[in-house]
Design a protein around this ligand. Structure first.
Ligand code: G3P
Length: 219
């Protein structure tokens, strides 16, 4: 399975729960090359829905199975159908020691690791951890109307260059404010593998149409 070019992080939006979760999965599967990080409570339901798209846990913890309350282990995320995990999102920032531990647990479980960086400096630091991918997302643009590719194209191209210099195997995505196929095309022109986004799909009137437009930017 190839690492997706578009990853939809459904966060804890209510639109992505219950029937919305199934609709979102269908839309991601239909768009192609698109992964979905559903609300954690929906992850295990996805297999029952029939359509498939690569799934990501929004987070995993490093503890082993057994004693531990209120955590999600990497092995459990994998067993629930995840192919990868996000880690260190701006809304779920981890201390370096915890990030390293979660990353190691995710790798041991055979999950792709998509680490979020809120700056160029953080992207550089994260590249030393050899994740599968890094998504650079300026926090001030998250949930906004302007795509990072327009508001701060340099952070995307600089992150691509910096990460490539350190480890050319790591894929670089960008996110924050991404909404359209034009934004995806711009991300690709800036050298990014793809995009990580949330509200542009989850809060769209027609998420499937939004995803079709986004995917058109990959052509
Ligand atoms: O993880 C993606 C995210 O933080 C970007 O959010 O709503 O700006 O696409 P949004």
């Amino acid at each position: 399975m190839e690492f997706p070019r578009i990853v939809v992080n459904a966060k804890v939006y209510t639109e992505a729960t219950g029937p919305g979760a199934r609709a979102l999965l269908d839309a991601c599967a239909a768009a192609g090359r698109t992964g979905l990080a559903p609300p954690l409570t929906e992850l295990g339901n996805m297999a029952r829905f029939g359509r498939s798209a690569p799934l990501f846990a929004q987070h995993v913890d490093a503890l082993p199975a057994g004693v531990g309350t209120g955590f999600i282990t990497a092995a459990m995320a994998k067993a629930a159908g995840a192919s990868g995990t996000l880690l260190n999102h701006a809304e779920h920032k981890l201390k370096p020691v915890d990030l390293k531990a979660s990353l190691a647990a995710a790798k041991a479980a055979g999950l792709w690791t998509l680490l979020c960086a809120d700056s160029l400096a953080e992207a550089r630091r994260l590249a030393k951890l050899a994740p599968t991918a890094i998504a650079v997302e300026p926090p001030e643009l998250i949930g906004g109307k302007v795509s990072v590719t327009s508001a701060d194209p340099a952070i995307v191209s600089d992150a691509v260059a910096a990460v490539r210099d350190l480890d050319s195997d790591i894929l670089v995505l960008c996110g924050a404010g991404v909404k359209t196929g034009r934004d995806v095309r711009a991300a690709r022109k800036l050298g990014a593998h793809g995009v990580l986004l949330a509200s542009g799909v989850v809060k769209a009137k027609d998420p499937a149409a939004a995803l079709r437009d986004l995917a058109s930017g990959l052509l």
